[in-house]
Design a protein around this ligand. Structure first.
Ligand SMILES: O=P(O)(O)O[C@H]1O[C@H](CO)[C@@H](O)[C@H]1O
Length: 388
């Protein structure tokens, strides 16, 4: 609605003035519009406490509002006139932006990391993300200390079946690890910064290498259900439309403004995985390919699958790429695997339909092999992780 102009413009203003400290976790605004007079009251509690009142006269569809009272403690606050569009007559809107927590600031991530570090003695070097139905990976960890996402400050909640929603710290073959038993997806409704926030928390926990897993649909006609694809590159479809987790002000404490992605997937780890896979006798079902991410939650149409395949994608899913971008931005090494849980439908004569139940079932069938591949990789990363 038209009144949204007001908080968004105020948010941009905070962003511009306090690029590092501004977050909207406690910004509440109440707007009462009663044509022709519009009264707006906003209370903002971030690093500064401010109360401002603005009164404006409105024409039926355009109003110029000038703050007439602004009180702020303890630091500087400027009030700028805002232009807002309003529909005629009465409207009432309450914007409680704490629900959105649009940015995941360095301070917010640090607070979460410190909260975790004060509750466990494990100092993880490897971070693992479990894909749909692949949460069993976390059970490999010894001497576990687990936190429910709902107990962790600033952490989103898992809403998808097959994502348990626990952050598990523990030892894997003598190596300290942290494992996300459940990840976040764009289609759950989270802002992209929130989807990827755990990567920044990993970094602040001391993680150097991230291993991501996912369930994916096979686009490559040579792939079979149950194949494990080492991801060598990705195609970021939401990114083409500007939906990139690094969009917005850049915080140099995490990384540079324009990170390279031609080296997103660590080549040494990729070769290591090929070697470990061959040793384990996984050659028949171990592949290497390109993962294409879409927003979901609807599965792809036949035309979309054909298009992605022609563009060079071997598998399609709804995750991972955003996490990879943020992990690389903050300098962690990345290794990622897709379990091909279903064959993407590419043929109009086919009666097959992608479904989440099949995805979870295939996860169960291959879980043990995937766990062995990841745990053996972790053993070897021990001798490899000095140059992250
Ligand atoms: O990528 P992960 O989290 O493994 O989940 C995959 O499985 C779900 C669809 O069944 C989607 O969320 C897709 O991205």
């Amino acid at each position: 609605m038209a009144q949204m102009v007001m908080p968004i413009s105020l948010f941009s203003y905070y962003e511009a003035v306090f690029p590092h400290i501004s977050h909207l976790s406690s910004l509440c605004q109440l707007h009462v519009y009663f044509f022709p007079v519009s009264l707006s009251l906003s209370l903002s509690l971030s690093l500064s406490l401010s109360l401002s009142l603005s009164l404006s006269l409105s024409l039926p569809c355009l109003s110029l509002s000038l703050p007439c009272l602004s009180l702020s403690l303890p630091c500087l606050s400027l009030s700028l006139p805002c232009l807002s569009l309003s529909l005629p007559c009465l409207s009432l809107s309450l914007h409680c932006l704490s629900l959105l927590s649009l940015r995941c600031s360095f301070e917010e991530c640090s607070a979460t990391a410190e909260w975790l570090l004060s509750r466990t003695e494990i100092r993880p070097l490897v971070g693992i993300v479990c894909g749909s139905g692949l949460g069993g990976l976390a059970e490999m960890l010894k001497d576990q200390m687990a936190f429910k996402y709902s107990d962790i400050p600033n952490f989103p909640q898992s809403t998808v079946h097959g994502h348990a929603g626990r952050l598990v710290f523990g030892m894997l073959k003598g190596k300290a690890c942290v494992c996300m038993q459940g990840r976040f997806h764009l289609y759950e409704g989270y802002p992209i910064h929130k989807v990827t926030m755990p990567m920044r928390i990993f970094k602040l926990l001391g993680v150097e290498t991230v291993i991501l897993t996912n369930a994916a649909g096979g686009l490559n006609q040579d792939y079979k259900v149950g194949d494990i694809m080492i991801i060598k590159d990705h195609i970021n479809m939401p990114g083409f439309a500007g939906n990139n987790p690094l969009a917005g002000p850049n915080d140099e404490r995490f990384g540079v403004r324009f990170p390279s992605m031609s080296d997103a997937y660590d080549r040494e780890l990729l070769q290591l995985a090929q070697g470990v896979g061959a040793e384990l006798g996984f050659g028949d079902f171990l592949r290497e390919g390109v993962y294409c991410v879409l927003g979901g939650p609807s599965f792809e149409t036949i035309a979309e699958c054909r298009m992605m395949n022609r563009l060079g994608a071997d598998a399609v899913g709804m995750s991972t790429v955003h996490e990879v971008i943020v992990a690389r931005h903050c300098g962690m090494r990345v290794f990622a695997l897709s379990l091909i849980t279903n064959q993407a439908v590419m043929d109009y004569d086919s009666q097959e339909k992608a479904n989440h139940e099949e995805v979870l079932e295939t996860g169960q069938l291959r879980a043990k092999q995937l766990e062995r591949l990841v745990s053996n990789m972790v053993t070897h990363i021990e001798h490899n992780n000095n140059d992250a």
